[in-house]
Ligand binder design. Structure first.
Ligand SMILES: Cc1cc2nc3c(=O)[nH]c(=O)nc-3n(C[C@H](O)[C@H](O)[C@H](O)COP(=O)(O)OP(=O)(O)OC[C@H]3O[C@@H](n4cnc5c(N)ncnc54)[C@H](O)[C@@H]3O)c2cc1C
Length: 391
């Protein structure tokens, strides 16, 4: 019997498996796909990831972000530069294969192309029904993403609070790609409660859009096609339905749902651990995978008793407060996107302060406190400029 089976080898699963194997546990990882596999994703990871990884990821970074072009309804981007790297752009196929290889190098046994179809927790162990028959372990970590079978079958999760998101990988000429190098473009006005983006990669641009499912007035593809049409750099690009890939993003929903039960933990997207403002999930998948590994490792160390409460405690003290701060940004920025664009236009340093959150040098909560005091200091200036812009 395995000590732990990790279901899903995205960033959450790879890092959970990596942490457990490093501590000497017998770990099996299972993924329904063979790696490298395409994953629909913008692939933009804030550089705070450097603070939690004990290895270098530079070999799989396509572009380092040193500033953001902010826009509202594809009008006129406001460029806000940064004096330090704030994010990395990666292709998920190479990034995820790289993380999985790190886990295998620590001794994880990895079964690729095997789907988990069901899961039973007997109290003494967990039994998985898989494409290659039943497999048992003392503990199971469900890192099987949004709508994953482990959360649905053992924790009663229904993955209702989600953003809908689409991406397309678009080839452009070298000059166009060069013009985007080192920065991201984000537009907060093109979709209700969400944004559209252009992220440069090594061989092209990842263009995408995400919005809160229940706020959309049209199909998400319609918003996406309109955004693409408005980008000068994408003039002449014609996207067929097969060029646009999407999935749901299970954003933080207040931390109410179960994240463990008996001998099972869910982590990453499977546990709704995605920032509700930017839809950033890769960092939180990695970090929650590490926390899950610590919690399961501690339970195994105590003689196999099922006590995973420390997992929820760690999420509540470390990740949920960041998500709460992001929820405030959702209210401010998605509630009043035009006003926010004006605020950044007038005072780009507000956004530069947010860069400290992306680098992990500042907490989201402190940023919100600072933001409130700065905006409240000049409400009339902001309001009058906003009204002029709305006229
Ligand atoms: C369009 C889009 C754009 C995004 N852009 C960004 C971005 O720019 N930056 C960012 O930080 N986040 C972004 N996200 C969110 C990010 O992709 C996720 O938060 C992240 O992938 C979560 O990692 P994970 O390991 O929890 O799950 P996943 O990466 O989804 O991995 C889950 C794994 O489980 C496997 N699996 C599922 N079911 C089974 C099964 N039954 N049996 C075996 N294996 C199974 C899957 O094959 C997969 O490999 C985006 C999401 C979408 C949809």
């Amino acid at each position: 019997m395995y000590d732990v089976i990790v279901v899903g080898m995205g960033p959450a699963g790879s890092m959970a498996a990596h942490g457990l194997a490093k501590n000497g546990f017998k770990v099996l990882a299972i993924d329904k796909d063979r790696f490298p596999r395409y994953k629909s994703c913008g692939g933009c990871i804030s550089t705070k990831v450097d603070k939690i990884l004990d290895f270098d990821i530079s070999e799989v970074v396509d572009d380092t972000v040193m500033g953001i072009d902010f826009n509202f309804k594809s009008a006129r981007p406001v460029t806000v530069p940064s004096d330090k790297p704030i994010a990395y752009n990666v292709m998920r196929s190479t990034f995820d294969a790289f993380l999985a290889a790190r886990a295998v190098a620590e001794g994880v046994e990895f079964k690729e192309g095997v789907r988990v179809r069901g899961c039973v927790d007997t109290g003494a162990h967990v039994e998985l029904d898989t494409d290659c028959g039943p497999i048992k372990a003392r503990y199971v970590i469900g890192a099987d993403g949004a709508g994953g079978i482990i959360g649905r079958s053992l924790l009663g999760l229904n993955y209702r609070n989600c953003h809908i998101s689409l991406t397309s990988e678009i080839s452009v000429d070298d000059a166009t790609l060069e013009a985007y190098r080192g920065k991201c473009l984000v537009d907060f006005g093109v979709i209700p409660h969400g944004y559209a983006w252009v992220f440069p990669k090594k061989d092209g641009l990842s263009v995408g859009i995400a919005g809160m499912a229940d706020k959309l007035e049209r199909g998400v593809k319609d918003y996406f096609r309109d955004f693409v049409k408005e980008q000068d750099a994408l003039d002449g690009v014609c996207l067929g339905d097969g060029d646009i890939r999407g999935w749901t993003i299970p954003v933080y929903n207040g931390g109410e749902q179960k994240v463990y039960s008996g001998r099972v933990i869910v982590t990453g997207d499977a546990a709704h651990l995605v920032d509700p403002f930017l839809g950033e999930g890769i960092y939180y998948a990695i970090r929650s995978g590490q926390i899950a590994a610590d919690a399961v490792g501690a339970a195994l160390g105590k003689g196999g008793e099922a006590d995973l409460a420390s997992y929820k405690e760690m999420l509540s003290s470390e990740l949920y407060p960041e998500f709460e701060a992001c929820s405030m940004l959702v209210k401010i920025i998605y509630g009043y996107p035009r006003m926010w664009y004006r605020v950044v236009e007038m005072d780009p340093s507000i956004m530069q302060k947010y860069y400290d959150v992306l680098t992990g040098d500042e907490s989201g909560a402190l940023f919100i406190k600072d933001l409130k005091s700065r905006v409240v200091k000049k409400p009339w200036k902001v309001l009058s400029k906003w009204l002029r812009g709305s006229a």
